[in-house]
Ligand binder design. Structure first.
Ligand SMILES: [Fe+2]
Length: 408
């Protein structure tokens, strides 16, 4: 089997960073080690001088041709970011990201500066973690025999786990055809109809969106296993658990069988959303933080109804899980292929937490899908997970998606 475990940090190593000591002692050392790869990143991404102010300290990172210059103060910065000590400590240790701090309004920059800060994120990781920013041409897609891989390949239950595992490790996604019966999906769709009226805006178990016809729609039914015995059974079926075992990393659903955990979410994707979020734009699931502690987990999308270019299909960037790149948008330089994943009822899509993906807003037909995740083995408290979860759960109240349009 082919691992997708790229974790490089342990929660037991996390500390509250003292900004004074880190900026004076650690940062110059890190720049000595990683300045060259970081400066390559700034050139690829077009980064401008970044100023950071935290407690009484301030500094600017200035991209030069073959190095990053560290300067005290922020007088030469093109973007200045003010951080509290916890947010600074989170950023340094890859617990939160510029995107999570912006979504929660901990930092509130004008749009142009917001993007200037986002651009720096892969470079900041290069400086601190020594992981170079993705360069065009670095990633190719190969079969196990060395030939080129068909990125549109799908798999059935008859295919071997080894073959499926190889494809997942190369591309970061899977399309599993006919994984579940149409009858089961119809049963679950009925359960969704029955469950929707039991959810209400602000209940902490659902996301809502307003549509152009003035309706307030429940678009995400969390804890959905509590509403459907069929779904409870599905989560324990061999063919669901088979997906968790594909990379051989010990992924599991991490669910105790109760109704009190959010084991699976059922999504309804209406047409014409004008407020709130139903269809997420390009992102990695680790874009809100904890990449180096948790990646890659596996997200499974079960097509309760099919999806195509007019009913809100999923799209992925092949190989993006192997690259240090923008986790929130596609930078124009990115050379990796975008692959649409149209599905039929009962098909399953799989993507890694580190794979860039988005769901197209439906333009003609509503779509229904369920999402559940498998996580890597982990002991103890996940530091900062509560902060990230709060950001995620409040996002639909603070951010609205772009209006939908036909893709072709
Ligand atoms: Fe996602």
């Amino acid at each position: 089997m082919f691992s997708v475990d790229v974790r490089s940090r342990l929660d037991s190593d996390v500390d509250q960073i003292d900004p004074d000591a880190w900026i004076d002692d650690q940062l110059p050392l890190l720049l000595e080690q990683n300045s060259l790869i970081a400066s390559e990143g700034t050139q690829i991404l077009g980064c401008r001088p970044l100023g950071i102010r935290v407690s009484k300290k301030s500094f600017t990172l200035i991209p030069l041709e073959r190095e990053i210059k560290l300067e005290p103060g922020v007088s030469n910065a093109s973007v200045i970011v003010d951080l509290d000590e916890i947010s600074f400590s989170d950023l340094v240790q890859d617990i939160q990201t510029p995107q999570s701090l912006a979504t929660s309004k901990v930092i509130d920059l004008p749009l142009k500066e917001h993007f200037r800060f986002l651009k720096w994120w892969p470079v900041i990781r290069a400086i601190i973690d020594g992981r170079p920013v993705h360069k065009p041409g670095e990633i190719d897609f190969l079969n196990q025999d060395g030939g080129s891989l068909d990125l549109n390949r799908s798999f059935t239950q008859e295919d071997s786990d080894e073959e499926i595992s190889w494809f997942l490790s190369q591309t970061g996604y899977l399309h599993l055809k006919g994984w579940w019966s149409r009858e089961l999906m119809a049963e679950i769709s009925n359960d969704m109809d029955g469950a929707i009226e039991k959810y209400e805006r602000g209940d902490g178990r659902s996301w809502w969106a307003k549509t152009e016809d003035g309706k307030d729609r429940c678009v995400r039914l969390q804890y959905f296993q509590s509403q459907s015995e069929s779904v409870k059974r599905l989560l324990r079926e061999g063919q669901h658990e088979r997906i968790a075992a594909i990379p051989g990393d010990g992924h599991s659903i991490a669910w105790n069988g109760s109704n009190d955990e959010n084991a699976i979410e059922a999504l309804v994707k209406p047409i014409g959303v004008v407020e709130g979020i139903s269809d997420l734009p390009w992102h990695k699931d680790c874009s809100l933080g904890r990449h180096s502690y948790d990646c890659s987990s596996i997200t499974v999308g079960i097509s309760v109804t099919g999806a195509d270019s007019r009913s809100g299909q999923l799209a992925v960037v092949a190989g993006s899980h192997r690259a240090n790149l923008q986790p929130n948008f596609i930078h124009p330089y990115l050379d990796l292929p975008i692959v649409n994943l149209p599905t039929e009822t009962g098909d399953v899509t799989v993507h890694l937490s580190c794979t860039l993906h988005m769901s197209h807003p439906p333009t003609e037909t509503e779509r229904r899908v369920m999402y559940s995740s498998f996580v890597l083995p982990h002991k103890g408290k996940k530091i900062g997970a509560d902060r990230i979860s709060k950001v995620r759960e409040e996002a639909y109240l603070k951010v609205s998606q772009a209006p939908s349009h036909n893709q072709d």
